[in-house]
Design a protein. Structure first.
Ligand SMILES: *Cc1c(COP(=O)(O)O)cnc(C)c1O
Ligand SMILES: [Zn+2]
Length: 402
């Protein structure tokens, strides 16, 4: 049996197909490309029971991943993060079955490690030696560290305001790091120039087709962890939207091979009020979003003013009867504190946004009390030490705390 059942690349806009053995970035028409699998053959040959004997990392789903040979797998042990019950918060929000998929426990401290593990492994398989990418911090950190492990050269461009720790991760990994006095979209222009002039591999969000396959594994894990059933609702903090597109793709593939049945969860794209292009497009029932001017939010990972895959995010929302919702920074910071105080989880600001959205959707009656709801905490709160201000009394030696 093959290690991977990936068959070809396909354009979700014009339907063009591309060979998996060659390097491809975007389709000729400018759209991102998606990996297609021979799902019929997979269904016949791969028994779900096989998973029981496999290691608890994302490579347990290798048949549904694009890496053709196990020899090319570059791993730091990523995947199979906890799906935690949140009983106290659930009771507080009026949601009986509230779960958090906790990506804070993954290498590099954010779920970007999933995309990097699969993206770098595939790049290695295709013979890539050097790549460049723009990032809001976490993706650059993950790709730089996985690149180091793969022996690949990386150039990473991030906004000057990106979380400080992600700079250190990139620099320590030995990648070339540039800080730009601007947004990820400005960093993207610089990377595009380097790609065009020097012919390096473009690892920008959705400009290579494999990062999304890594992020897809969040959906595979949620299904497996719920005993091959699906929750009613999944909330995802949406920047480029790759995670949401990936989860949607995972569920469609699982359904096609019969590992899950029934209707797919309603997907919720959560954004910040200071950067909500998907929410605006969804409210206007549009197919694509527009560039969000002067975007700003403390939830740095979702500060993406225009996403290349916006139409795929919106499609996933329309197809699953989902919604898009924006929360304010004030709201998500207050909820970040609530999650720590009530459940002991120090979630990242982006993760806090999904809790804030769940709370609001329950109040509004869109989430019903008996439904099962999964929120994605996409990273560790400790990567963002500056978003929390603490005051504590300072004692002199010998003072009493009674
Ligand atoms: C990148 C990032 C996101 C957004 O992910 P997309 O898949 O690009 O929408 C959310 N949370 C954190 C912590 C991130 O680093
Ligand atoms: Zn196309």
């Amino acid at each position: 049996m093959p290690y991977s059942y990936a068959s070809h690349l396909k354009c979700p806009v014009c339907g063009n197909e591309y060979d998996l053995h060659e390097i491809h970035q975007l389709c000729e028409c400018g759209s991102p490309l998606l990996v297609e699998y021979d799902l019929e053959r997979l269904q016949q040959e791969v028994d779900i029971q096989l998973l029981q004997e496999r290691k608890p990392d994302l490579w347990r789903y290798h048949e549904l991943l694009p890496v053709a040979s196990e020899d090319n797998v570059v791993t730091l042990g990523e995947g199979m993060t906890p799906l935690l019950n949140m009983p106290a918060l659930g009771a507080h929000y009026g949601i009986d079955h509230l779960y958090m998929k906790d990506e804070s426990l993954i290498p590099t401290g954010s779920f970007k490690a999933r995309g990097a593990a699969v993206g770098i492994s595939r790049a290695k398989e295709l013979g890539v030696e050097e790549f460049a990418m723009p990032t809001n911090g976490n993706a650059g950190a993950a790709w730089a560290l996985y690149a180091a492990r793969a022996g690949m050269r990386a150039t990473i461009v991030m906004p000057q305001d990106a979380p400080m720790i992600t700079r250190s991760e990139v620099a320590l990994a030995g990648a070339s790091l540039y800080l730009v006095n601007g947004l990820i979209s400005d960093a993207g222009k610089m990377v595009a120039e380097k790609v065009q002039r020097q012919g390096v591999y473009d690892a920008s969000t959705l400009k290579e087709p494999y990062r999304i396959e890594g992020k897809k594994t969040m959906g595979l894990e949620i299904a497996e962890q719920l005993g091959w059933t699906m929750p009613d609702v999944i909330l995802y903090p949406t920047g480029g939207g790759v995670g949401l597109i990936g989860i949607h793709k995972a569920m469609q593939e699982l359904k096609a091979i019969g590992w899950i049945t029934g209707s797919l969860p309603r997907l919720v794209a959560v954004q910040a009020e200071g950067c909500a292009p998907i929410v605006k497009a969804w409210q206007e029932k549009k197919e694509r979003s527009e560039f969000w001017e002067e975007s700003t939010t403390v939830a740095f990972g979702i500060n993406v003013p225009k996403a290349l895959g916006d139409f795929l995010v919106l499609r996933a929302l329309y197809e699953t009867d989902g919604v898009a919702i924006a929360v304010s920074d004030q709201e998500l910071l207050q909820v970040q504190q609530e999650v720590a105080a009530m459940e002991g989880a120090f979630v990242c600001p982006e993760g806090a946004a999904t809790f804030a959205a769940a709370k609001r959707l329950a109040v509004e009656g869109w989430i019903h009390p008996g439904e099962s709801v999964v929120v994605l905490n996409t990273g560790a709160g400790i990567k963002y030490p500056d978003t929390v201000q603490t005051e504590a009394p300072i004692l002199e030696i010998g003072d009493s705390i009674l």
